[in-house]
Structures are given as structure tokens and as C-alpha cells.
Design a protein around this ligand. Structure first.
Ligand SMILES: *Cc1c(COP(=O)(O)O)cnc(C)c1O
Length: 396
């Protein structure tokens, strides 16, 4: 086989990536400076990142962690949730939202979504699954669009359960629905908020997370749980603030590093402009793809204040998803699926058998996510939209 033929058999890298990180010289310098300082675990960079993040989202306490998964686990622990307790959660999410409930031995109770145009928890479905054992709900602001927080907070206060926001998609999003929470940042409305800085999120540090709360007691529990349950940290000791420590409750090692915190501080400064860009790109996609009336672009009714994390499309049927994705791959457009429903994974089929969520199962089988990130230009969206339209015409 000639090199030519071999070459054509190897798929070329996509022209349009699903997501891409805006990392440059500023980040490189910040990390280099941490290396030169030789203080690599929790220290001044982390303390500054936490206070800058708390200012940005406007909350009292922010505790940096090693991931959103760790943040969610710490939230469950801080709330004292354990065996025998139920926690309401969407199945239509990344499975980490659900696993955190299982980590503490509690039972995830899966709740259905609104439908193709609203991929967040449905309030009536949520209310129907509240029981005397309900201790909390984990709300996911899917794709960066806020869930019905007025309704959820009201339900939670009537039934006295906690609200944990999985804001992994929603850093910088603000709730715009009129009412008491209008203007509040995603992750600061409920009892605790959890953010992700994983490599493909809106604010990236590679691995990293943040837990936020206005409760001093919960914030203290999260801070202790992040580092073995130690009442003092190495940094306290190195800076002469402490000489010994106690363990009241056992904790974990969920600490961030100074390298990731230094990255996070720069990324946080870039976030508002990146979010403006994502909004403009999303609005352009919505205009351009409106010529495909059978394709739903979710959240059309409440786009304001979103973090515009990803752009999900819901196709008219499940059969065309494979061919449509292949047609886009051939055209150099990377796609993904957000998400395979958690309740259909083998583990959760075994532990939560007979869970039926018709809307989640339907939408998840015909969803496709297309490229959206802050390094794209409006002209790129024009190109990608043309390719989406031609792929759709070929496969529908
Ligand atoms: C990415 C993600 C997480 C997990 O974040 P990590 O920082 O990778 O642990 C949790 N929930 C949702 C909705 C996510 O998208």
C-alpha cells in the first residue's frame, strides 16, 4: 500500500474541536513562578484563588479542591448524609454527580428532566420523588443554563432538605428569573455549590474544583474534609500559625496544588470575556441552525445568564444520530454526546433497578453536542453551521 493510500485511511484530526482551552504565556509564567517558589501544595496562590473566586461569584466561603467530584463528595460529608438517606439527582448528568451520593452510602433517587427543550431537572418530577428520607437534591445546571432554582429552593425549604448545586458547567452563570434569587451566581443559591476546573470546562486548571457556601459551619467541614480532617494545615505550620493538630472527623486528601491555583487565578480573570464570546457564538448558532426546524436547541426559552458551556442539539430521532455524527466527523467537525443517562449504567441498573425516566431516555438517545469554545470566531460558527446543515440533509 502506498503512503498515499495509507494516509487517506487514517482519519485526519478534526478541523473544529468540540472544546479548546485558552491557555497562553500568562498561565505559563504563573506556573513557572510557582515552580520557582518551591511551595507546590496549598499556600498563598490557593488562598488568593479562593478569595478571588468567592468575590467573583459573591459568596462568603470558597474552598479549592482537587476536582468537582471531590467537591461533591465533601458537600455530601459536610451535610452529614449517609446510609439510609436519599438524595435526588438527575440521571441526565455526568455520572460524578451521582457517584458522590454513593460514596457516602446514601441512595441516589433519579429524577427526570423537562424534555428536549429543557435538559434540567423538572420541578413536578422532583416533587413527586420527595420522601421522608430525602436529605438533599443535587441540581445540575446543564450546559451552563440554570435550573428552576425558585421552584427547587421553595420545595427544599418546605420539605427541609439541602440543595447542592453541581455548577461544573456553570461557572460565571447568573440566575435571571425574577424572584429572591435573581442576579445570584450559579453555585451560590443552594446550601453548597460545586465547580469543576477539569481540562474541558469553562475555567480550566487541568484537574481542580471549588466548593462554595455561605455557611461558616459547612465551609469549615469542607475545609477539614479536604485535608484528612486535620484542624491545622502544613501551610499554617510553615507560616508559624500552628504547631500541632487534631482529627475530629476523618477526612480525605482532596487538596489542590499551587500550580493549579495559579492557573485558576488567571483563568478567572479571563472568564468574563470568554463567557461573552461563548454567548455571541451560541446566539449565532441559534440563528443559523433555525433553518432546521426539526432540530431542537435546548434552553431557547431561558438563555439569559447562562455560562454557555456546551451546545447540545436534539435530533428528531435516535436512528440518525450515528450517521449524522459520522457525516460531521468526515467534514472535520468533532461531536460528542452529553450524556449517557446514569441510571442505564450497569452499576446503577444493578443498585437502582427498574428506574424509568422516559424523557431522559428519549432525549439522551438523540442528543449530539457540537463545537463551542472561546477560541472560535463567528466566521467559524458560519462554517460549522453550513457543515451541520449539509450533514443533516444527508442523513435525515
Ligand atoms: C465535569 C463534571 C463533573 C466532574 O468534575 P471533575 O472536576 O472532573 O471531577 C461533575 N459534574 C458535571 C455535571 C460535570 O460536567
Amino acid at each position: 500500500m502506498s503512503n498515499d493510500r495509507l494516509g487517506s485511511a487514517i482519519p485526519r484530526p478534526p478541523r473544529y474541536l468540540l472544546s479548546d482551552a485558552d491557555l497562553g504565556e500568562e498561565e505559563a509564567l504563573a506556573v513557572a513562578n510557582v515552580v520557582r517558589s518551591k511551595w507546590l501544595s496549598v499556600g498563598q496562590q490557593t488562598a488568593d484563588f479562593e478569595s478571588e473566586f468567592a468575590d467573583f461569584v459573591e459568596c462568603d466561603h470558597a474552598i479549592a479542591t482537587s476536582s468537582a467530584t471531590a467537591s461533591l463528595h465533601l458537600a455530601m460529608l459536610a451535610l452529614g448524609i449517609g446510609p439510609g438517606d436519599e438524595v435526588l439527582v438527575p440521571s441526565y448528568t455526568f455520572v460524578a454527580s451521582v457517584n458522590a451520593i454513593a460514596y457516602v452510602g446514601a441512595t441516589p433517587v433519579f429524577v427526570d428532566i423537562g424534555g428536549p427543550s429543557d435538559l434540567n431537572l423538572d420541578l413536578a418530577e422532583l416533587a413527586a420523588k420527595v420522601s421522608p428520607r430525602t436529605r438533599a437534591v443535587i441540581v445540575v445546571h446543564l450546559a451552563g443554563y440554570l435550573a428552576d432554582m425558585n421552584g427547587i429552593m421553595d420545595l427544599a425549604s418546605r420539605h427541609e432538605f439541602a440543595v447542592v448545586e453541581d455548577a461544573a458547567h456553570a461557572v460565571g452563570a447568573r440566575y435571571q428569573t425574577p424572584g429572591g434569587y435573581q442576579g445570584r451566581s450559579a453555585g451560590t443559591i443552594g446550601t453548597l455549590g460545586c465547580f469543576s476546573f477539569f481540562a474541558n470546562k469553562n475555567l480550566v486548571t487541568g484537574e481542580g474544583g471549588m466548593t462554595t457556601s455561605d455557611s461558616e459551619t459547612l465551609a469549615r467541614a469542607v475545609r477539614l474534609g479536604r485535608s484528612h480532617g486535620m484542624t491545622k494545615t502544613s501551610w499554617d505550620k510553615a507560616t508559624g500559625r500552628a504547631t500541632d493538630y487534631d482529627i475530629d472527623e476523618i477526612g480525605y486528601n482532596y487538596r489542590p496544588t499551587e500550580l493549579t491555583s495559579a492557573l485558576g487565578r488567571i483563568q478567572l480573570r479571563k472568564l468574563p470575556a470568554a463567557q461573552d464570546r461563548r454567548r455571541a457564538l451560541t446566539e449565532h448558532y441559534r440563528r443559523r441552525l433555525s433553518v432546521l426546524p426539526d432540530v431542537v436547541i435546548p434552553f431557547a426559552e431561558h438563555t439569559a445568564g447562562s455560562a454557555y458551556h456546551i451546545l447540545p442539539l436534539v435530533l428528531p430521532n435516535r436512528e440518525m444520530r450515528g450517521p449524522f455524527r459520522s457525516a460531521l466527523e468526515l467534514r472535520g467537525v468533532q461531536t460528542s454526546v452529553h450524556y449517557p443517562p446514569s441510571h442505564l449504567f450497569t452499576h446503577y441498573e444493578r443498585t437502582q433497578p427498574h428506574t424509568v425516566l422516559p424523557k431522559t431516555e428519549d432525549v439522551a438517545s438523540r442528543e449530539v453536542t457540537v463545537p463551542l469554545h472561546a477560541l472560535l470566531e463567528i466566521a467559524d460558527i458560519d462554517q460549522i453551521s453550513d457543515l451541520i446543515i449539509s450533514a443533516y440533509e444527508e442523513t435525515s
